[in-house]
Design a protein. Structure first.
Length: 89
């Protein structure tokens, strides 16, 4: 593990390989087609959405202007698939 600490790209490949084995072919395809795998990262990071919508309706929140609902539903990817999608990016 010591070699991986100084090489983030190698660590990324090792973790990606482990997750690909864990989620299987269908999980890999689902992760690869998700927008988290394709969206260009911006300087302040990459937004991760583990759910869609929100019931709290905070007055400062912009998601309702974007067409999101006032109820929350879980995101279509599992945690491992979402992590894999981010690693594909």
């Amino acid at each position: 593990m010591r070699k991986l600490e100084g090489n983030p790209l190698l660590l990324k490949e090792v973790v990606k390989s482990q997750l690909e084995g864990k989620v299987g072919h269908e999980g890999r395809m689902k992760a690869a087609s998700d927008w988290h795998a394709k969206r260009k990262p911006i300087g302040c990071g990459l937004t991760i959405h583990p759910g869609i919508g929100c019931p709290f309706q905070c007055t400062y929140c912009y998601i309702y202007d974007m067409g999101f609902e006032t109820y929350a539903t879980p995101y279509s990817l599992s945690g491992d698939q979402l992590t894999l999608a981010l690693l594909y990016n």
